[in-house]
Ligand binder design. Structure first.
Ligand code: GDP
Ligand code: ZN
Length: 290
C-alpha cells in the first residue's frame, strides 16, 4: 500500500502525516536521507503495521532560521504566506518586523502584518500606515473582542506561518480560529519513545476556509537566515522603485556616491527608520559572513 500526505509535525525519529482522509499517521523514515519537515508532502507505505515515509516531494518553499550553532534550520516548508503578529503589549520591535519582512520578501511569500490586541487601543498608526503605503497588508485583530474574521479571510487557501514575539497572541489567535478535529492512527510514539513532548516543534493545523497554519514555537530571538548581503538588498520592497537610478549597478546603498536610495531617504520618499534598519541588517549579515 502506498499513500500520500502532509507532514503536520516532526520529531526526531518519526513524523505525523495527515493523509487525504484527514487521518493522522505516525510514520518513521525509510533511511537517513529522508528527513521531512513540517509541511512536506510525502508518500508512505505500510509494512507490518509500521508506516514508513519513502519519498519527499519537491518543495515549493523553505522557511528557515539560524540555530544556536550557526546552522541553517528549517522551521517549515511549502508555506505560501508569512503572518507576522505584533501587538500593543509587548511593544512592537520594528527591527525584528523588518527582518521578518525581508525574509518573507526574499522567499516570495505573501505577507500579512497582524496588529493584535486592538481592544487595548490603536497606537502606532503612523508607522503601520507607512507599511501599508509600501504595499504591506496590515490587519487589526482582537482575540478578546472576537475580532478575527479579517485574518481568517487572509488565511484562506494559504499555508501560513504565524510568527512574532512571545506574548503577542499567536496561540490565542490560533485557538480562536482553530477548529481542530483529530484522528490519530498508528502508535509509534510509544515504540520509538519519541513524539511525546512536542511543544517545542512546529505543527501544521487545518482550520476553516481551507486555511492551514504552521504553529511555530516562541521565536523571540528568531533570526531569519540570509545567505548574503545581496539578499538583504532584495528584502526591502520599497527600494525597488529607486535602485535602478543608483550610479553603480551593484550599489549597496551604504557608502557609494550618487545612491538613489540615500537620496530617496533624504527626500523622505523612503522611510528613514526602514533605511536605518536596512543598514543595521546589512552590516549584521556582512559581519557574520566575513
Ligand atoms: P503568544 O506567545 O504569541 O502565543 O501569545 P499568547 O497567545 O500566549 O498571548 C499572550 C497573552 O496575551 C495572553 O495573556 C493572552 O490572553 C493575551 N492576549 C492575546 N490576544 C489578546 C487580545 O486580542 N487582547 C488582549 N487584551 N489580550 C490578548
Ligand atoms: Zn544605492
Amino acid at each position: 500500500m502506498m499513500a500520500e500526505g502532509v507532514v503536520i509535525s516532526r520529531h526526531k525519529r518519526d513524523a505525523l502525516v495527515k493523509n487525504i482522509k484527514a487521518e493522522e499517521i505516525s510514520c518513521v523514515f525509510k533511511n537517513r536521507d529522508i528527513s521531512p519537515i513540517v509541511g512536506d508532502r510525502v508518500s508512505y507505505i505500510e509494512k507490518h503495521n509500521t508506516f514508513i515515509i519513502t519519498d519527499i516531494f519537491p518543495r515549493i518553499s523553505e522557511f528557515s532560521r539560524i540555530n544556536k550553532k550557526g546552522m541553517k534550520e528549517y522551521i517549515a516548508v511549502n508555506i505560501t504566506q508569512l503572518v507576522i503578529v505584533i501587538s500593543i503589549i509587548p511593544r512592537p520591535d520594528w527591527f525584528l518586523l523588518d527582518k521578518y519582512l525581508s525574509s518573507s520578501q526574499i522567499n516570495q511569500f505573501k505577507t500579512v502584518i497582524v496588529f493584535n490586541k486592538i481592544d487595548l487601543g490603536e497606537p502606532h498608526q503612523k508607522i503601520l500606515n507607512q507599511y501599508r503605503s509600501i504595499g504591506y497588508k496590515v490587519i487589526n485583530t482582537s482575540v478578546l473582542n472576537d475580532d478575527t474574521a479579517g485574518l481568517l479571510t487572509e488565511l484562506s487557501n494559504e499555508t501560513s506561518v504565524l510568527i512574532g514575539q512571545s506574548g503577542v497572541g499567536k496561540s490565542s489567535l490560533i485557538n480562536k480560529l482553530g477548529n481542530i478535529k483529530k484522528q490519530v492512527i498508528g502508535d509509534l510514539s510509544r515504540k520509538t519513545n519519541t513524539g511525546k513532548h512536542t511543544t517545542t516543534t512546529s505543527k501544521l493545523l487545518s482550520i476553516n476556509n481551507n486555511a492551514s497554519i504552521i504553529d511555530s514555537p516562541g521565536v523571540r530571538s528568531y533570526a531569519p537566515y540570509f545567505n548574503n548581503t545581496n539578499e538583504v538588498l532584495k528584502g526591502f520592497i520599497e527600494f525597488g522603485d529607486f535602485e535602478e537610478s543608483c550610479r553603480f549597478i551593484n550599489c549597496s546603498h551604504i557608502s557609494e556616491p550618487d545612491c538613489a536610495i540615500k537620496k530617496a531617504v533624504a527626500d523622505k520618499k523612503i522611510n528613514k527608520r526602514r533605511y536605518e534598519n536596512f543598514k543595521k541588517l546589512f552590516n549584521q549579515i556582512e559581519a557574520i559572513k566575513k
